[in-house]
Design a protein around this ligand. Structure first.
Ligand code: KG4
Ligand code: ZN
Length: 454
């Protein structure tokens, strides 16, 4: 079909990005390094009852959420184009602003009201790609076939590819996103860009989550400000890594946790203190109350002292399982001397603050050492744990002390999201990569890789 909006098509890459590696279902649409539309559906409340992420439940939820989230992000994207600017073409309502456009408007725009026709062989290919994902092929085919054909053609023409996380993460969860992305790539006949989730956390620092109409649109990209070599500290529920970055796509993991990840230690310590999952925000809340509390000076407060695992080891590795166990023992020992009494709020706050001090000291020491060893010019920090306000402040102080550029993502880009996955794909396109075309052997053979490393 001819696209009457051809003049709108820029040569900047438009990417639809998908992330399902853990308990967040996320889709973003980016134009170049700028976010046009994004959505995240967190399953954290659902998993809270299990005290951690339950993989088969995560898989089922991703399959349920992907199509509605795609519909929502596409709708937001379309509203931001000037595809509706000829208001005469929107039925009988010349005064209506873009933000009030309803679903019926999206179906009947100036591009006509024809729906998308999907050939039978494409439907069969999509059904085979999504055979293991319950209900997903039906919901996707239903959504696409009801889309306005003009809008579909417009998206297809602008789109440079579909980016998707294929590892590391929970394999059943990764598979849903990967299969969905393959199906979309087949329907739209655009290349697939399989992306490493950890590279996404690194790239999360190069944009703000802003709207295309934001006045800062042209200036908010930080790509040119990042000098190499850089060190990335990646701290999440599944990973604790120090990565040496020579340039984009040139990574060397120089340190990692030998047992639990730092976010995992937060989550487990929180469980010991009877706090809900995810534990990071809970512990950090208690710790900050304690740091600001005047009562902490009172004499009768018990002093909790926790270890700083591997603080003085010669390598760049971390260990956090001993810290979690030390929290368990601290609570047990406390009860033993206090006639089995539970910790009161102030005592829990004291223990949480000591836990956070131990984490801070180890992370800062190892990161400084890595910066020094490689002569890094830039420090990048990514992953859910760096949404922690205290750690952000301490790393900001460190960067001032070491006179090094610090890049920490906006808070909504610290936890898992699809924007960071799209950013990596854009970086790859800028570096000349073309992605993988549907139906090709590499495309068909591409698998989710739970243990993928950088
Ligand atoms: O990056 P992310 O969303 O998912 C993974 O890839 O793991 O990180 C989630 C982790 C959880 O362990 C959570 O407890 C931790 O990040 N987290 C925090 C904070 N907010 C989230 N840890 C410490 N302080 C926080 N404010
Ligand atoms: Zn993550």
């Amino acid at each position: 079909m001819e696209n009457p909006s051809n003049q709108l098509i820029s040569d900047k890459p438009l990417i639809i990005a998908i992330e399902t590696s853990c308990d967040e279902t996320a889709i973003s649409i980016l134009e170049d390094l700028h976010v046009i539309s994004h959505g995240v559906h967190s399953q954290a409340d659902l998993h809270a009852q299990y005290g951690g992420v339950f993989p088969t439940l995560a898989k089922r939820e991703h399959a349920r959420n992907l199509t509605p989230l795609l519909a929502q992000t596409i709708e937001t994207f379309l509203k931001q184009t000037d595809i509706f600017s000829d208001t005469n073409c929107i039925e009988n309502d010349s005064n209506r602003g873009e933000s009030q456009l309803g679903e019926s408007d999206l179906r009947k725009s100036k591009l006509g009201d024809e729906s998308v026709y999907i050939p039978t062989e494409t439907i069969e290919y999509i059904e085979s790609l999504l055979a293991r994902e319950e209900g997903l092929s039906a919901s996707l085919i239903d959504y696409i076939s009801k889309l306005n054909a003009g809008h579909f053609a417009y998206i297809k023409e602008k789109l440079r590819g579909i980016a998707v996380t294929y590892g590391p993460g929970l394999e059943p969860a990764l598979w849903v996103g990967l299969s969905f992305a393959k199906a979309l790539s087949a329907i739209l006949d655009v290349p697939l860009f399989p992306i490493n989730h950890m590279e996404g956390h690194i790239a999360s620092v190069i944009t703000d989550t802003i709207n295309i109409k934001d006045p800062e649109y042209a200036t908010s990209n930080r790509l040119d400000a990042i000098d190499f070599p850089a060190i990335a500290l990646l701290i999440s529920g599944g990973h604790t890594e120090l990565v040496e970055i020579g340039s984009w796509h040139e990574y060397d993991v120089i340190g990692h946790t030998v047992d639990d990840a730092v976010g995992e230690a937060y989550d487990k310590a929180a469980r010991v203190l009877g706090l809900p999952y995810p534990g990071g925000p809970e512990i950090s809340k208690l710790a900050s109350i304690y740091r600001e509390s005047e009562k902490r000076a009172v004499d009768e407060m018990p002093v909790f002292t926790l270890p700083r695992p591997m603080l003085h080891s010669q390598d760049f590795n971390f260990s956090f399982s001993g810290l979690k166990t030390a929290v368990l023992y601290a609570v047990r020992d406390f009860k033993a001397v206090h006639e089995n009494r539970e910790l009161c709020d102030l005592e829990k706050q004291a223990l949480a603050a000591e836990f956070e001090e131990a984490v801070r000291e180890v992370l800062i020491k190892k990161t400084s050492k890595a910066i020094d060893a490689i002569g890094a010019k830039t420090l990048i920090i990514g992953g859910g744990v760096i949404s922690n306000t205290y750690l952000r402040k301490k790393f900001t102080e460190l960067s001032e002390k070491l006179n090094i550029n610090l890049f920490i993502p906006e808070k909504n880009l610290t936890t898992d999201n699809a924007t960071m996955i799209g950013l990596v794909a854009v970086l790859k396109i800028l570096a000349g990569e073309n992605g993988i075309m549907p139906h090709s052997p590499i495309f068909n053979d591409l698998k989710a890789q739970g243990n993928l490393s950088l």
